[in-house]
Design a protein around this ligand. Structure first.
Ligand SMILES: [Zn+2]
Length: 354
């Protein structure tokens, strides 16, 4: 564990912090202090080595994060963090420093990393026995974990994926070199820096003017019975609102009367996406479905959607365990922005408590 007292003098940004810290517990950093320290740490290649030694790591094996299963009296899974020194002791022949990526700082000042451990399923079983917890499918982890921990898992998954798949400079083709913090890569040939990219996606909760029905769509790749919100990638030159209006026009033939922002979520799969959630309202309810993109699109009553929402909340593993019944409507599980948007709409309709 590293204290903020030990960290602060290292970065030349101490004057304002010293004033702040007189009035704060020395064991807790404010949000702004953490962000400024993190920013400085990413640029200090020597200091990262020192903070890593006293840091903690969220391990992955074969793209699966390590999760602590609930103990007696607990209801939720949590991320399983291991001290860097303990992890290195377990893998003495591995260079875990080069496998680790800096994620953030805890409010105590301790640096938090992720690292992909070598090996496959057999190694995972041995690592689980040694570390405690379980390596779980990252999609399952998103709805098993509390929202903030799911965001951390999403961040870690994306950083590891980016490091594994981005090896050459897009400008000159030279091999990139990872920075010690792992958050960026340098091109030694043209002296550029590469950072992870995230693609914006617009996703829409479409409702009728009376707010009694919502439009959900189903793609061929969706599990049986599942319907979700219309979604599509932002194209160059578009605002998120124009992206939403275009996608809705393309996929279901509707011209929205009103589009507004609801919230966003990082989605780590398919290269990393920022899901920008919007509501869309329309008086036009006649559909013209693009059958190349969609298998089906339907207006559902608020009561039908409430029933489906409760079903997935009560049994988020149902679809994975094939416990769904034929003909039942399913909506995306907890941990997805579509689930949050549906919950918000049902709450606004007065069908769920605030
Ligand atoms: Zn280059």
């Amino acid at each position: 564990m590293i204290s903020c007292k030990a960290l602060l003098p290292a970065y030349g940004i101490i004057s304002s912090f010293q004033v702040l810290l007189r009035h704060r517990s020395m064991s807790t950093l404010s949000y702004v202090q953490r962000i400024k320290l993190l920013q400085a740490l990413k640029e200090d290649d020597d200091k990262i080595v020192k903070v890593r030694e006293s840091g903690r790591v969220l391990p992955f094996v074969a793209k699966k994060p390590l999760i602590s299963m609930p103990e007696m009296g607990q209801t939720a899974q949590t991320l399983r963090w291991i001290s860097f020194s303990d992890l290195q002791r377990l893998y003495p022949s591995e260079d875990l420093a080069s496998r680790s990526i800096l994620l953030n700082l805890a409010d105590t000042g301790q640096a938090c990393f992720t690292a992909d451990l070598p090996g496959g399923a057999s190694v995972a079983a041995a690592a689980q026995a040694a570390l405690g917890g379980k390596f779980v499918d990252p999609r399952a982890a998103l709805f098993l974990l509390p929202w903030e921990e799911a965001c951390t898992m999403s961040h870690a998954f994306s950083m590891l994926h980016w490091r594994e798949t981005t090896n050459f400079c897009p400008g000159c083709g030279a091999e990139l070199r990872s920075r010690p913090a792992g958050h960026a890569k340098n091109c030694p040939s043209c002296d550029t820096v590469q950072y992870p990219m995230t693609s914006p996606v617009g996703i829409t909760m479409i409702t009728d003017a009376a707010q009694t029905r919502a439009l959900l769509v189903r793609q061929g790749r969706h599990p049986p019975g599942m319907y979700s919100c219309v979604a599509g990638f932002l194209e160059p030159g578009e605002t998120i609102e124009s992206c939403i209006r275009r996608e809705v026009a393309e996929e279901v033939g509707i011209d929205l009367d009103e589009v507004g922002y609801m919230g966003s979520q990082h989605w780590p799969f398919n290269g990393g996406q920022l899901m920008v959630g919007c509501y869309g309202r329309t008086e036009q309810t006649q559909l013209d479905i693009d059958t190349e993109e969609l298998e089906d699109a339907r207006w559902f009553s608020a009561e039908e959607i409430l029933e489906a929402y409760k079903r997935i909340q009560n049994n988020p593993m149902a679809r994975i365990r094939n416990e769904t019944q034929k003909g039942e409507l399913w909506v995306p599980p907890r941990g997805t922005i579509a689930n949050r948007m549906i919950k918000t709409w049902l709450t606004d309709c007065g069908l769920l408590p605030r």
